[in-house]
Design a protein around this ligand. Structure first.
Ligand SMILES: [Mg+2]
Length: 281
């Protein structure tokens, strides 16, 4: 690629480069080779490092000046320091979300890329999430809507409160305790899913395949949700804190409080139950 600005087509191309380079090693021992602890806190595997390198190389090749915030390297200035400081452009990347799925060939893992000009999650204005197994792509631009491949996502709101399907994200060691603590919320749900790739789960939520997402962990990371955040917002879904407040999250490697996502018509119900739980703490 020759020098170009970061538009949505460039972000899609970056994601496709990752797809092409890691496809041959999906499900292999080579992919799973443990390398070191990444900036996000998890052990980085060969496949994570490989995907991240592809992105860094493409940015450098295109003479792009940007602050990269990525799961393995953390915060890295690409290009000219002074320009990066001045222009406030950031790329927030999870090279592979769902790495454990990728090394076992469970077809639910992705690359997540968000572009922001500014320092808050609300400044993200372009986002791409590519399923690295199926090649399905979810993307959004602020004010223009969210898309699944070439089609605009038009959510058909299920107004019924029956048969709600939610993704629940939890630490296995705290599952019993959390199920007990959050039982009043969980009792409203018909089925739960734990799919191991937050970014893609948010995309399924954006499309209306699932009705919401609740994170029962103590913390989560911006790299997992920066792109998904815009895709959900542009699809008309809601994301808020476990306390029910709007999010004001800084774009950095610092961990963030856990999030809830749900259809607009469920917010009141979920907020009310969570409030009760928190008042008992
Ligand atoms: Mg990752």
């Amino acid at each position: 690629m020759s020098k170009r600005e970061i538009d949505i087509e460039f972000l899609k191309k970056l994601a496709l480069f990752v797809y092409e380079s890691i496809s041959p090693i999906i499900g292999t021992k080579e992919a799973a080779k443990k390398i070191k602890r990444g900036a996000g806190g998890d052990i980085s595997m060969h496949i994570d490092i490989m995907a991240e390198k592809i992105i860094i190389n493409e940015l450098k090749k295109n003479n792009i000046n940007i602050m990269l915030i990525s799961e393995e390297v953390g915060e890295l200035i690409i290009g000219d320091k002074e320009i990066v400081k001045k222009n406030e452009e950031k790329l927030i990347v999870d090279p592979i979300d769902g790495s454990n799925n990728s090394i076992r060939d469970i077809p639910f893992f992705c690359v997540s890329i968000a572009y922001a000009k500014g320092s808050e999650i609300n400044d993200v204005d372009k986002a791409v999430i590519l399923n690295l197994k199926t090649k399905d792509i979810y993307w959004a631009e602020k004010g223009k809507g969210a898309f699944f491949n070439e089609e605009k996502i038009i959510r058909s709101e299920n107004s019924s409160l029956d048969k709600l399907i939610f993704e629940i994200d939890l630490k296995l060691s705290e599952a019993a305790e959390n199920f007990k603590k959050f039982s009043s919320v969980l009792n409203k749900i018909y089925r739960i899913r734990v799919m191991g790739c937050v970014a893609l789960s948010f995309c399924l939520f954006a499309k209306g395949c699932i009705d919401g997402y609740i994170n029962l962990k103590e913390r989560m990371r911006v790299v997992d949700i920066a792109a998904a955040f815009l895709i959900v917002k542009e699809s008309g879904g809601l994301i808020f804190s476990r306390g029910g407040e709007d999010l004001n999250i800084s774009l950095s490697m610092e961990s963030i409080p856990p999030l809830i996502a749900c259809r607009p018509n469920l917010k009141h119900l979920i907020k009310k139950e969570l409030k009760k739980i928190h008042s008992l703490e």
